[in-house]
Ligand binder design. Structure first.
Ligand code: FNR
Length: 351
């Protein structure tokens, strides 16, 4: 069957499911506990309605913006996700090439199957951020932060919603977390192979924000914030930006959705720092809703997983380009011509 001229995520996921071993598909697709947060994520964006403006003479929209000073050609970026070589042999390298081809920002996970230096070397001019977990020991974690700075990453993304790994029932059933063959390229030079649950960051406090900023020499983005009061403390502790997310519904369940938390976080710190959001973004209008609620950018997790699984670099490129095109289309229909200035009154709560 020919590809439809739009991104059909349900179909991409269905094809991915056929291509992947069941434990791998379940690891990518699943969420924590009852999967309530994961299931509600997309619906939460669609609890808002667009209020189009007419007769604005708009036929195209400018999609380029700057994220922490790095220019990008689309406000739709790639969220960090682990073990990309299980989706496609080229793994993170293919994703990085697709990011460069579309001008999208890529966030590279600590749990990547290619080392952070190898991924950085793909299209080095294309901006990338590095996502930090704890790795094996404090010493190795600090080393990883320094390596990210040395390798040319533009920001360090501290993922703070993993004091413990969420209880993902599908993974517990397959014992995925301890399965052999899940190899991390950023592992320490000596010592045991790190496992998924060994990445937990339960010892971290707000002090880590400034400390990792100094170690890496990079601006620090705090990923995993769902409350205005926490966002304020992050900014006071030196965060350059805050990323609203439920980790794809893979940690706390049932947690508030990103769409519900975003306005509170923007209200708390949106004047001072950039705020990003992810979780369940599956259409251009979902992205536009997040921008109207005050996000400077949105990020995609599973859509990129399914793009990489079904089509490697080209598959990821299609997902990024397809959603970006949909965003532009929706903006023009709404009489908007620039992603940098989407007015808050573009959306209203549905009822
Ligand atoms: C993730 N996510 C994630 N986040 C992070 O900070 N470090 C990581 O290594 C991972 N790994 C990971 C693996 C897989 C398979 C998924 C699906 C997700 C969370 C990710 O960055 C993002 O927050 C969500 O995926 C966004 O939700 P959607 O777009 O998947 O609905």
């Amino acid at each position: 069957r020919a590809e439809p001229p739009f991104v059909d995520f349900a179909e991409l996921e269905a094809r991915s499911r056929q291509l992947l071993a069941e434990p791998v598909y379940d690891y990518y697709a699943g969420g924590a506990e009852t999967e309530t947060t994961m299931r509600e994520a997309t619906a939460a964006w669609r609890a808002w309605r667009l209020r189009p403006r007419v007769l604005r003479g708009t036929t195209t929209a400018a999609l380029g913006t700057e994220l922490l000073g790095s220019p990008v050609r689309t406000p739709i970026g790639i969220a960090p996700w682990a073990y990309q070589a299980m989706a496609h042999p080229d793994g993170e390298l293919a994703t990085a090439r697709a990011a460069a081809a579309t001008g999208a920002l890529m966030t590279v996970s600590t749990s990547a199957n290619h080392s952070l230096e190898e991924v950085a070397a793909v299209a080095p001019a294309s901006p990338k951020w590095f996502q930090l977990y704890r790795l094996h020991s404090e010493r190795h974690t600090d080393d990883l932060a320094r390596r990210a700075g040395d390798a040319g990453y533009r920001a360090l993304v501290l993922t703070v919603d993993v004091p413990l790994l969420g209880r993902r029932r599908r993974d517990l059933r397959h014992d995925f977390v301890h399965r052999a063959g899940v190899r991390m390229a950023n592992r320490p030079p000596e010592g045991e192979e790190p496992t998924l649950d060994g990445l937990a960051t339960g010892t971290w406090t707000f002090d880590e924000i400034a400390r990792f900023g100094e170690l890496s020499g990079l601006p620090v983005v705090v990923k995993g914030v769902l409350r205005g009061d926490d966002a304020i403390r992050c900014v006071q502790a030196g965060a350059a930006a805050v990323w609203v997310t439920t980790h794809g519904g893979r940690q706390v369940d049932p947690a508030i959705s990103s769409a519900q938390a975003l306005p509170e976080v923007v209200e708390a710190v949106g004047e001072e720092v950039e705020v990003y959001a992810d979780g369940g973004i599956r259409s251009g209008s979902d992205a536009l809703t997040a921008l109207a609620l005050g996000a400077s950018a949105v990020f995609l997790g599973r859509p990129v997983v399914w793009g990489l699984t079904t089509g490697g670099e080209a598959g990821v490129t299609r997902v990024l380009a397809g959603l970006t095109e949909e965003l532009e289309h929706t903006m023009v229909l709404c009489g908007l011509d620039n992603v940098r200035s989407v007015p808050a009154d573009t959306v209203v709560a549905a009822r």
